[in-house]
Design a protein around this ligand. Structure first.
Ligand code: 13P
Ligand code: SF4
Length: 437
């Protein structure tokens, strides 16, 4: 849908995106939302094909993506206050037996109950640091729960409260497509495992944390490594020390923005479209390539534009614009700064003088930062309230459901990475943990 022009205003100091959306839909609050269905409970659209309303709604959900069964009616009909009380009571009963992790992009009503709030990497570490907890309830998306399962002890259960909380970007690179790409690259470069006279193999696969465990396992098996948005440069340096070039997936923007900042020319970054032969490229271009970029993107970060930045600068002289590196290159280039979710959070916390910040990342984090730092004016570059629809599927109703089941002795929605994938996937993660700038 086309966003109508809205003057950028500081958001109300209520950190809840749900409250903003309800107010917009009932006409009692300002602004615009990308889809009025967001005001409904996620159970209304979980069972439907597709990702549901929100920023990922235009993406194609893979046929094999997990589907969430119907949430029992008592959770669907409970009020916000009742659910909060039930979650609190279940957590109190479970005590140290459970750790609740909440990603920065989660709803405020969920973050409220998290023992740890952080980015996907920090939360994976939090799982690692709680070897005695019986269950880790991961309020985030599927690939994050898989990573927590890889890093936790086998006896610990990692629980994703809503199985339909995937990541449309992670789903843009399937293991079959990546295997097929690897075979085609072997036809162009020859034996991919044998180093040349300089000790470099033809190509090192690098996957963003936002990918399935199967892809991390592929990377581990082929001498590759995982990266996050906070260590992508270090990881690319690690890869260039071992290979002539990098195959980077699934996020083209993180790959392009990072490689460009390292001085790799754009002509040496061809795109690989898995639906085309040789990715839509040709042998000559691939021979000269330094970074082959997978045709993937984040639908949330793709919404940010240079026009939004120009408007923020015109309306708020002195504004500091910080965006996430999943944004397109022209947006990152036009911003003052780009960095991971944790980088954005720390940059705001470090500002000693009252400052106006325009932020290009998911609305739940931006609205929370605005509420936490009333001395600053903080707003989202995108004037339309449009959360990551997959993250938004973790509603407190699902959290209450899985926690009360644990109290009753039932483990629901457990995420388990199969053994044959877990070994190489762990190896790829360990390489990342060991990579130093
Ligand atoms: P982080 O790695 O910063 O947690 O980001 C995850 C994500 O999904 C960004 O869109
Ligand atoms: Fe995936 Fe984008 Fe949502 Fe992050 S914000 S979980 S990359 S769809």
């Amino acid at each position: 849908m086309t966003a109508t022009h809205i003057t950028l205003q500081p958001r109300p100091r209520d950190a809840s995106v749900d409250h903003s959306i309800q107010a917009i839909v009932t006409g009692t609050g300002p602004g615009e939302t990308c889809n009025t269905d967001l005001a409904a409970g996620p159970w209304d659209f979980d069972a439907r094909p597709g990702y549901g309303p929100g920023s990922s709604m235009g993406d194609v959900i893979p046929t094999g993506a997990p589907r969430q069964g119907e949430l029992p009616v008592e959770y669907r009909e409970a009020s916000e206050a009742e659910l909060a009380e039930r979650v609190r009571a279940a957590k109190a009963t479970l005590g140290d037996r459970v750790v609740v992790l909440g990603h920065f992009y989660q709803r405020e009503e969920v973050v409220l109950h998290a023992d740890y709030v952080g980015d996907s990497f920090q939360l994976a570490n939090a799982a690692l640091e709680h070897p005695d907890a019986e269950a880790i309830v991961f309020c985030g998306v599927h690939f994050m729960a898989e990573t927590a399962d890889l890093l936790s002890r086998p006896e610990q259960a990692v629980i994703l409260p809503n199985l339909a909380a995937g990541c449309s970007m992670a789903d843009m690179a399937s293991i079959d497509e990546v295997e097929e790409c690897w075979e085609q690259l072997a036809e162009v470069y020859g034996d991919l495992d044998t180093p040349d006279a300089d000790g470099l193999v033809p190509v090192i696969p690098v996957t963003y944390m936002n990918s399935s465990a199967a892809i991390k396992g592929f990377v581990g098996r082929h001498g590759g490594i995982v990266c996050t948005s906070s260590n992508a440069r270090t990881v690319l340096e690690w890869a260039f020390a071992r290979g002539r070039r990098v195959l980077f997936f699934p996020d083209q923007h993180l790959g392009r923005n990072t490689a460009k900042a390292m001085g790799v020319p754009l002509e040496q970054m061809p795109m690989w479209n898995p639906r085309k032969s040789l990715g839509g490229s040709n042998e000559e271009t691939l021979a000269d390539a330094r970074v082959i970029l997978w045709h993937g993107f984040c639908s949330v970060h793709r919404r940010f534009t240079v026009d939004q930045i120009d408007k923020a600068r015109a309306e708020h002289p002195g504004v500091r614009v910080i965006v996430h590196p999943e944004c397109p290159m022209d947006v990152v280039d036009a911003a003052d700064d780009a960095g991971s979710t944790d980088y954005i959070r720390k940059a705001i916390a470090a500002a000693t003088e009252p400052t106006t910040f325009a932020i290009g990342t998911e609305i739940n984090l931006v609205q929370r930062l605005a509420a936490e730092h009333p001395q600053h004016q903080i707003f989202c570059l995108d004037p339309v309230v449009c959360p990551c629809s997959t993250m938004y599927r973790i509603h407190p109703g699902y959290l209450a459901w899985v926690l009360e089941a644990l109290v009753a002795g039932d483990v629901l929605n457990r995420i388990t990475v199969p053994d044959d994938v877990a070994g190489p996937a762990r190896l790829a993660l360990e390489r990342m943990l060991a990579a130093k700038p």
